[in-house]
Design a protein around this ligand. Structure first.
Ligand code: GUN
Length: 298
């Protein structure tokens, strides 16, 4: 078997078109455009690249955006003061603090200082908590984007064995929650693996759906999966490549060729999950502007 490719770029473009049409409709009777405030602390090149992709997507769908580039020496107090300013600014619908933060700053503390009604990343404990009890919420963009891929390609999730490799707050953990819930989302039997898991293969080999978000190139090889598995590779790793102009190439967490031989569906890297994360951020920002998750109290 050679897996069919899940084209995240194409599906993301469809979603972005929907958001663009929705934004046009939203502003057509005189409402202001949704506004996303992005905050970057420090100059991490990976973060700069992601932020560029996010702000370009905003321009593409008609969402206004501003980016604060703050020095990596900023104190937690100063950063939270800036965030509080956006919390109370009625013109700001969504606030995104790009992670990771410099080591002297606690990402938990900083995320918790964002008004949960503007937390379009879905990282605030209020939104994560609502996710765990199956309440409407800002769903973390990468897992939400993966569910859109399942929907688009009619990949069944209910009653399947889903194995998530990686337990980060950004992807692995919310992904496992969404897969395992019995009501609105997954309905899958879900296993979550992480760096303390003994004998990873014992789990991955029985997966119908394998979601890998460990940040480790070539972690999953063909012999670790069964025939027909659906593989979602969330990893984006830079590895040295002398043949490329940049001196590196992007690879996922799976050994693509050997895993593709066994799988029925697989996401490529790049062009798989990445564009979906950005598209879902656009969707969440529009939801925040519409106040459809947390309506204003009357
Ligand atoms: N760093 C890596 N992925 C993300 C993301 O989805 N949102 C934010 N804020 N930071 C990230």
């Amino acid at each position: 078997m050679s897996a069919k490719l899940i084209d995240g770029k194409k599906v993301a473009e469809l979603l972005r078109k929907q958001v663009r049409d929705d934004v046009d409709f939203w502003v057509s009777d005189g409402r202001r455009r949704p506004f996303l405030q992005v905050i970057q602390v420090g100059t991490d090149p990976g973060s700069t690249t992601y932020i560029r992709a996010k702000t370009r997507a905003c321009e593409d769908v008609g969402i206004e955006t501003g980016t604060d580039r703050l020095p990596d020496t900023i104190s937690a107090r100063e950063l939270k003061q800036i965030i509080r300013g956006y919390n109370t600014n009625d013109k700001v619908d969504g606030i995104l603090v790009q992670l990771p933060l410099p080591s002297h700053l606690s990402s938990h503390d900083v995320i918790e200082s964002i008004d949960y009604r503007k937390d379009v990343d879905g990282f605030h404990p209020m939104n994560v908590g609502r996710l765990t009890v199956d309440q409407p919420t800002f769903r973390s963009c990468t897992p939400a984007g993966i569910f859109e891929l399942f929907k688009h390609y009619s990949i069944p999730v209910k009653s399947k064995h889903a194995v998530v490799v990686g337990a980060s707050n950004i992807v692995g953990s919310p992904m496992a929650i969404m897969l395992s819930r019995e009501n609105s989302t997954g309905k899958a039997t879900t296993t979550i693996c992480h760096k303390f898991t003994k004998d990873l293969t014992q789990h991955t080999i029985s997966a119908d759906l394998l979601i890998v978000a460990a940040g480790q190139p070539n972690l999953i090889k063909g012999e670790m999966v069964r025939e027909g598995v659906v593989v979602i590779d969330v990893g984006i790793n830079r590895v040295a490549d002398e043949t490329s102009e940049k001196g590196y190439k992007l690879v996922g967490d799976c050994h693509f060729e050997s895993v593709r031989e066994k799988a029925s569906w697989i996401t490529p890297v790049p062009g798989g999950v990445g564009p979906m994360t950005v598209a879902m951020l656009m969707k969440n920002t529009l939801l925040a502007a519409k106040k459809s998750i947390y309506p204003e109290e009357s």
